[in-house]
Design a protein around this ligand. Structure first.
Ligand code: GDP
Ligand code: MG
Length: 345
Protein backbone atom coordinates (compact mmCIF):
# COMPACT_ATOMS: atom_id res chain seq x y z
CA UNK A 1 0.00 0.00 0.00
CA UNK A 2 1.23 3.48 -0.78
CA UNK A 3 1.18 6.08 1.97
CA UNK A 4 2.27 9.64 1.82
CA UNK A 5 3.00 12.38 4.32
CA UNK A 6 4.33 15.90 4.40
CA UNK A 7 7.83 16.07 5.85
CA UNK A 8 7.74 19.86 6.06
CA UNK A 9 5.39 21.66 8.45
CA UNK A 10 2.02 22.38 6.96
CA UNK A 11 1.52 25.96 5.89
CA UNK A 12 2.81 28.49 3.41
CA UNK A 13 6.46 28.14 2.49
CA UNK A 14 8.83 28.13 -0.44
CA UNK A 15 8.96 24.36 -0.66
CA UNK A 16 6.91 21.45 0.69
CA UNK A 17 8.43 17.99 0.83
CA UNK A 18 6.02 15.08 0.47
CA UNK A 19 7.22 11.53 1.06
CA UNK A 20 5.46 8.72 -0.76
CA UNK A 21 6.22 5.32 0.64
CA UNK A 22 5.18 1.72 0.60
CA UNK A 23 5.04 -0.88 -2.15
CA UNK A 24 4.19 0.81 -5.43
CA UNK A 25 5.43 4.27 -4.36
CA UNK A 26 7.72 4.67 -7.36
CA UNK A 27 5.00 3.49 -9.76
CA UNK A 28 2.50 5.89 -8.21
CA UNK A 29 4.86 8.81 -8.71
CA UNK A 30 5.75 7.73 -12.26
CA UNK A 31 2.03 7.75 -13.06
CA UNK A 32 1.88 11.37 -11.93
CA UNK A 33 4.97 12.32 -13.95
CA UNK A 34 4.43 10.66 -17.34
CA UNK A 35 6.81 12.98 -19.13
CA UNK A 36 9.77 12.51 -16.82
CA UNK A 37 12.32 9.75 -16.60
CA UNK A 38 12.02 9.01 -12.88
CA UNK A 39 14.81 6.64 -11.87
CA UNK A 40 16.24 5.47 -8.58
CA UNK A 41 18.93 7.59 -6.95
CA UNK A 42 18.86 10.43 -9.49
CA UNK A 43 16.87 13.58 -8.67
CA UNK A 44 14.82 14.75 -11.62
CA UNK A 45 12.65 17.77 -12.30
CA UNK A 46 9.19 16.62 -13.34
CA UNK A 47 5.81 18.08 -14.24
CA UNK A 48 3.21 16.38 -12.09
CA UNK A 49 -0.15 15.79 -13.77
CA UNK A 50 -3.41 14.30 -12.66
CA UNK A 51 -6.75 13.91 -14.47
CA UNK A 52 -5.22 15.67 -17.47
CA UNK A 53 -4.33 18.74 -15.44
CA UNK A 54 -0.93 20.10 -14.55
CA UNK A 55 -0.49 20.17 -10.75
CA UNK A 56 2.99 21.51 -10.12
CA UNK A 57 6.61 21.17 -11.03
CA UNK A 58 8.42 18.89 -8.59
CA UNK A 59 11.91 17.75 -7.81
CA UNK A 60 11.47 13.99 -7.58
CA UNK A 61 13.98 12.04 -5.49
CA UNK A 62 13.43 8.29 -5.71
CA UNK A 63 15.35 6.75 -2.81
CA UNK A 64 13.91 3.28 -3.37
CA UNK A 65 11.00 1.64 -5.17
CA UNK A 66 9.05 2.05 -1.97
CA UNK A 67 10.25 5.52 -0.93
CA UNK A 68 10.10 8.62 -3.08
CA UNK A 69 10.28 12.26 -2.06
CA UNK A 70 8.53 15.01 -3.96
CA UNK A 71 9.68 18.56 -3.43
CA UNK A 72 6.90 20.80 -4.64
CA UNK A 73 6.05 24.46 -4.19
CA UNK A 74 4.91 25.18 -0.65
CA UNK A 75 1.49 26.62 -1.52
CA UNK A 76 -1.00 24.68 0.64
CA UNK A 77 -3.70 24.50 -2.09
CA UNK A 78 -1.21 22.85 -4.47
CA UNK A 79 -0.13 20.41 -1.78
CA UNK A 80 -3.79 19.54 -1.14
CA UNK A 81 -4.26 18.97 -4.88
CA UNK A 82 -1.23 16.66 -4.88
CA UNK A 83 -2.72 14.88 -1.87
CA UNK A 84 -5.91 14.19 -3.83
CA UNK A 85 -3.85 12.89 -6.74
CA UNK A 86 -1.90 10.54 -4.48
CA UNK A 87 -5.14 9.42 -2.87
CA UNK A 88 -5.65 7.37 0.21
CA UNK A 89 -2.75 8.58 2.30
CA UNK A 90 -2.85 9.69 5.80
CA UNK A 91 -2.31 13.41 6.14
CA UNK A 92 0.18 14.25 8.84
CA UNK A 93 2.13 17.39 9.38
CA UNK A 94 5.31 15.36 9.57
CA UNK A 95 5.89 11.70 9.03
CA UNK A 96 8.62 11.86 11.63
CA UNK A 97 6.14 12.76 14.38
CA UNK A 98 5.67 10.19 17.12
CA UNK A 99 3.10 7.98 15.37
CA UNK A 100 5.32 7.71 12.31
CA UNK A 101 8.36 6.31 14.04
CA UNK A 102 7.51 2.63 13.88
CA UNK A 103 6.20 3.15 10.38
CA UNK A 104 9.45 4.73 9.31
CA UNK A 105 11.56 1.98 10.84
CA UNK A 106 9.24 -0.69 9.48
CA UNK A 107 9.23 0.89 6.03
CA UNK A 108 13.00 0.75 5.95
CA UNK A 109 12.78 -2.95 6.78
CA UNK A 110 14.73 -2.60 10.02
CA UNK A 111 14.11 -3.92 13.47
CA UNK A 112 12.44 -1.05 15.34
CA UNK A 113 14.16 -2.11 18.59
CA UNK A 114 17.59 -2.26 16.99
CA UNK A 115 20.09 0.34 15.87
CA UNK A 116 17.97 1.58 12.96
CA UNK A 117 14.91 1.79 15.20
CA UNK A 118 16.87 3.86 17.70
CA UNK A 119 18.01 6.17 14.96
CA UNK A 120 14.48 6.55 13.64
CA UNK A 121 13.35 7.46 17.16
CA UNK A 122 16.15 10.00 17.36
CA UNK A 123 15.10 11.59 14.05
CA UNK A 124 11.53 11.73 15.35
CA UNK A 125 12.66 13.43 18.56
CA UNK A 126 14.76 15.85 16.51
CA UNK A 127 11.68 17.11 14.69
CA UNK A 128 10.20 18.19 18.03
CA UNK A 129 13.42 19.33 19.70
CA UNK A 130 12.69 21.71 22.56
CA UNK A 131 16.01 23.58 22.48
CA UNK A 132 19.43 23.53 20.89
CA UNK A 133 20.88 21.08 23.42
CA UNK A 134 17.99 18.71 22.74
CA UNK A 135 18.45 18.98 18.97
CA UNK A 136 22.17 18.27 19.24
CA UNK A 137 21.64 15.36 21.61
CA UNK A 138 19.07 13.71 19.32
CA UNK A 139 21.24 14.37 16.27
CA UNK A 140 24.16 12.59 17.97
CA UNK A 141 21.90 9.59 18.61
CA UNK A 142 20.56 9.69 15.04
CA UNK A 143 24.17 9.42 13.94
CA UNK A 144 24.71 6.32 16.03
CA UNK A 145 26.18 7.55 19.35
CA UNK A 146 24.10 5.13 21.41
CA UNK A 147 24.89 2.09 19.30
CA UNK A 148 28.61 2.95 19.47
CA UNK A 149 28.50 3.39 23.24
CA UNK A 150 26.64 0.12 23.77
CA UNK A 151 29.29 -1.70 21.73
CA UNK A 152 32.02 0.02 23.74
CA UNK A 153 30.38 -0.93 27.05
CA UNK A 154 29.98 -4.49 25.86
CA UNK A 155 33.74 -4.75 25.39
CA UNK A 156 34.46 -3.47 28.94
CA UNK A 157 34.65 -5.56 32.07
CA UNK A 158 34.39 -5.16 35.83
CA UNK A 159 34.27 -1.70 37.43
CA UNK A 160 34.93 0.11 34.13
CA UNK A 161 31.88 -1.51 32.61
CA UNK A 162 29.72 -0.69 35.65
CA UNK A 163 30.93 2.92 35.63
CA UNK A 164 30.28 3.39 31.89
CA UNK A 165 26.84 1.89 32.31
CA UNK A 166 26.07 4.13 35.27
CA UNK A 167 27.22 7.21 33.33
CA UNK A 168 24.96 6.24 30.43
CA UNK A 169 22.01 5.79 32.79
CA UNK A 170 22.64 9.18 34.35
CA UNK A 171 22.93 10.96 30.99
CA UNK A 172 19.74 9.19 29.90
CA UNK A 173 17.91 10.39 33.01
CA UNK A 174 18.96 13.97 32.25
CA UNK A 175 18.04 13.61 28.57
CA UNK A 176 14.45 12.91 29.56
CA UNK A 177 14.28 16.53 30.74
CA UNK A 178 15.19 17.57 27.20
CA UNK A 179 12.41 15.48 25.70
CA UNK A 180 9.76 16.47 28.23
CA UNK A 181 10.64 19.78 29.84
CA UNK A 182 9.56 20.10 33.48
CA UNK A 183 6.51 22.22 34.23
CA UNK A 184 7.72 25.19 36.27
CA UNK A 185 4.83 27.04 37.91
CA UNK A 186 5.30 30.52 39.35
CA UNK A 187 3.24 30.98 42.49
CA UNK A 188 2.84 33.40 45.36
CA UNK A 189 0.55 36.18 46.51
CA UNK A 190 -0.75 38.90 44.21
CA UNK A 191 1.95 41.40 43.31
CA UNK A 192 4.73 38.99 44.23
CA UNK A 193 6.22 39.74 40.82
CA UNK A 194 5.24 36.43 39.16
CA UNK A 195 4.29 37.92 35.81
CA UNK A 196 7.33 40.21 35.80
CA UNK A 197 9.58 37.20 36.40
CA UNK A 198 7.64 35.17 33.78
CA UNK A 199 8.43 37.90 31.22
CA UNK A 200 12.06 38.11 32.30
CA UNK A 201 12.48 34.33 31.96
CA UNK A 202 10.89 34.42 28.51
CA UNK A 203 12.79 37.50 27.43
CA UNK A 204 9.66 39.26 26.18
CA UNK A 205 6.62 41.03 27.57
CA UNK A 206 4.18 38.14 27.25
CA UNK A 207 2.19 38.80 30.46
CA UNK A 208 0.53 42.04 31.54
CA UNK A 209 2.12 43.25 34.77
CA UNK A 210 0.70 45.87 37.08
CA UNK A 211 0.50 46.78 40.74
CA UNK A 212 -3.27 46.43 40.40
CA UNK A 213 -4.21 43.28 42.34
CA UNK A 214 -5.82 40.55 40.25
CA UNK A 215 -4.17 41.54 36.96
CA UNK A 216 -3.37 37.94 35.94
CA UNK A 217 -6.39 35.67 35.66
CA UNK A 218 -5.94 33.24 32.77
CA UNK A 219 -3.16 30.70 32.86
CA UNK A 220 -0.18 31.60 30.70
CA UNK A 221 1.97 28.70 29.54
CA UNK A 222 5.07 29.18 27.44
CA UNK A 223 8.08 27.03 26.63
CA UNK A 224 11.32 28.67 27.72
CA UNK A 225 14.99 27.75 27.92
CA UNK A 226 16.82 28.46 31.19
CA UNK A 227 20.54 28.21 30.75
CA UNK A 228 20.66 25.17 28.46
CA UNK A 229 17.60 23.38 29.86
CA UNK A 230 14.05 23.68 28.51
CA UNK A 231 11.07 24.25 30.81
CA UNK A 232 7.36 24.77 30.39
CA UNK A 233 6.77 28.01 32.24
CA UNK A 234 3.38 28.74 33.82
CA UNK A 235 2.09 32.03 35.23
CA UNK A 236 -1.25 32.20 36.99
CA UNK A 237 -3.47 34.33 39.22
CA UNK A 238 -2.00 35.01 42.65
CA UNK A 239 -3.75 34.21 45.88
CA UNK A 240 -5.64 36.90 47.77
CA UNK A 241 -8.85 37.08 49.74
CA UNK A 242 -11.71 39.15 48.34
CA UNK A 243 -11.20 38.24 44.69
CA UNK A 244 -14.21 38.46 42.37
CA UNK A 245 -15.75 35.51 40.51
CA UNK A 246 -13.51 35.65 37.46
CA UNK A 247 -10.34 36.04 39.47
CA UNK A 248 -11.39 33.13 41.71
CA UNK A 249 -11.75 30.96 38.61
CA UNK A 250 -8.21 31.95 37.66
CA UNK A 251 -6.99 31.12 41.17
CA UNK A 252 -8.59 27.70 40.95
CA UNK A 253 -6.84 27.03 37.65
CA UNK A 254 -3.62 28.16 39.27
CA UNK A 255 -4.07 25.65 42.10
CA UNK A 256 -4.69 22.90 39.55
CA UNK A 257 -1.53 23.87 37.72
CA UNK A 258 0.50 23.85 40.94
CA UNK A 259 -0.73 20.33 41.66
CA UNK A 260 0.52 19.24 38.22
CA UNK A 261 3.79 21.12 38.52
CA UNK A 262 7.15 19.40 38.45
CA UNK A 263 8.46 22.39 40.37
CA UNK A 264 6.67 25.30 42.02
CA UNK A 265 8.64 28.49 42.43
CA UNK A 266 6.89 30.32 45.26
CA UNK A 267 7.78 34.00 45.14
CA UNK A 268 7.81 35.60 48.58
CA UNK A 269 7.66 39.41 48.58
CA UNK A 270 8.66 41.13 51.84
CA UNK A 271 6.33 40.07 54.67
CA UNK A 272 4.71 37.14 52.85
CA UNK A 273 4.73 33.67 54.41
CA UNK A 274 4.32 30.70 52.09
CA UNK A 275 1.34 28.50 52.93
CA UNK A 276 1.83 24.84 53.85
CA UNK A 277 2.90 22.87 50.83
CA UNK A 278 -0.06 21.67 48.77
CA UNK A 279 -0.27 18.77 46.37
CA UNK A 280 2.84 19.84 44.46
CA UNK A 281 5.80 17.51 44.59
CA UNK A 282 8.56 20.05 44.77
CA UNK A 283 8.52 23.65 45.89
CA UNK A 284 11.24 26.24 46.23
CA UNK A 285 10.57 29.53 48.03
CA UNK A 286 12.45 32.53 46.64
CA UNK A 287 12.36 36.08 48.01
CA UNK A 288 11.03 38.49 45.39
CA UNK A 289 10.31 42.18 44.86
CA UNK A 290 13.88 43.20 45.55
CA UNK A 291 12.68 46.73 44.73
CA UNK A 292 10.61 46.98 47.93
CA UNK A 293 11.79 48.07 51.38
CA UNK A 294 12.41 45.09 53.65
CA UNK A 295 13.41 42.74 50.81
CA UNK A 296 16.54 40.69 51.56
CA UNK A 297 19.60 41.46 49.43
CA UNK A 298 19.24 38.19 47.52
CA UNK A 299 15.62 38.88 46.49
CA UNK A 300 14.89 38.58 42.76
CA UNK A 301 14.88 41.85 40.80
CA UNK A 302 13.70 40.78 37.37
CA UNK A 303 13.13 44.33 36.15
CA UNK A 304 16.49 45.78 37.17
CA UNK A 305 18.47 42.59 36.61
CA UNK A 306 16.68 40.18 34.26
CA UNK A 307 19.88 38.30 33.44
CA UNK A 308 20.60 37.72 37.14
CA UNK A 309 17.01 36.56 37.71
CA UNK A 310 17.25 34.13 34.79
CA UNK A 311 20.56 32.72 36.00
CA UNK A 312 19.22 32.33 39.52
CA UNK A 313 16.08 30.49 38.40
CA UNK A 314 18.09 28.33 35.98
CA UNK A 315 20.33 27.29 38.89
CA UNK A 316 17.29 26.51 41.07
CA UNK A 317 15.82 24.30 38.35
CA UNK A 318 19.10 22.44 37.84
CA UNK A 319 19.44 21.91 41.59
CA UNK A 320 15.83 20.71 41.94
CA UNK A 321 16.30 18.03 39.29
CA UNK A 322 20.00 17.36 39.85
CA UNK A 323 20.97 18.43 36.35
CA UNK A 324 24.45 19.49 35.19
CA UNK A 325 25.09 23.01 33.84
CA UNK A 326 25.60 21.74 30.31
CA UNK A 327 22.64 19.98 28.75
CA UNK A 328 24.62 18.54 25.83
CA UNK A 329 27.95 16.76 25.69
CA UNK A 330 29.10 16.55 22.07
CA UNK A 331 28.83 13.01 20.75
CA UNK A 332 27.70 11.51 24.08
CA UNK A 333 25.27 8.61 24.02
CA UNK A 334 21.91 8.63 25.79
CA UNK A 335 19.13 6.07 25.87
CA UNK A 336 16.24 7.61 24.02
CA UNK A 337 13.07 8.48 25.82
CA UNK A 338 9.87 7.56 23.96
CA UNK A 339 9.35 9.75 20.95
CA UNK A 340 6.42 11.50 22.55
CA UNK A 341 6.35 15.13 21.55
CA UNK A 342 7.02 17.68 24.25
CA UNK A 343 4.07 18.41 26.47
CA UNK A 344 2.14 21.36 25.11
CA UNK A 345 -1.15 21.51 26.97
N1 GDP B 1 10.90 48.04 40.36
C1 GDP B 1 10.49 46.75 40.28
N2 GDP B 1 9.18 46.48 40.24
C2 GDP B 1 8.80 45.19 40.15
C3 GDP B 1 9.72 44.11 40.10
N3 GDP B 1 9.03 42.94 40.01
C4 GDP B 1 7.74 43.29 39.99
N4 GDP B 1 7.59 44.63 40.07
C5 GDP B 1 6.34 45.40 40.05
O1 GDP B 1 5.43 44.82 40.95
C6 GDP B 1 4.10 44.93 40.47
C7 GDP B 1 3.44 43.56 40.48
O2 GDP B 1 4.18 42.73 39.58
P1 GDP B 1 3.49 41.52 38.81
O3 GDP B 1 4.59 40.83 38.10
O4 GDP B 1 2.33 41.99 38.02
O5 GDP B 1 3.02 40.65 40.07
P2 GDP B 1 2.10 39.33 40.09
O6 GDP B 1 0.78 39.76 40.60
O7 GDP B 1 2.78 38.43 41.07
O8 GDP B 1 2.06 38.77 38.72
C8 GDP B 1 4.20 45.52 39.07
O9 GDP B 1 3.89 46.90 39.14
C9 GDP B 1 5.66 45.30 38.71
O10 GDP B 1 6.14 46.27 37.80
C10 GDP B 1 11.12 44.44 40.13
O11 GDP B 1 12.00 43.57 40.11
N5 GDP B 1 11.45 45.77 40.24
MG1 MG C 1 0.54 38.34 37.49
Amino acid sequence: MTRWAELTPRGAGGVAVVAVQGAGALDAVRALAPGANVALGRPVLARLEHDGEWIDEALVVAHAADRVELQVHGAPPLVRRLARALGGGERRARIVGAPGVEGLAAASGDDPGGDAGQRATAWALLADATCEAAARTWLDQAEGALARELRRIDALEGPARAEASRALDERSRCARFLATPPRLVLAGPVNAGKSTLFNALLGRGRAITSDEEGTTRDLLREPAVLGEWPVLLVDSAGERAGAGDVERLGQRRGRGERARADLVLWLAPPGATPPARGAEERRVVVPSRGDLAGAPPDALRPLEDPVGARERVAALVRAAFDLPDRAWTPGAAVRLPGASPARRD
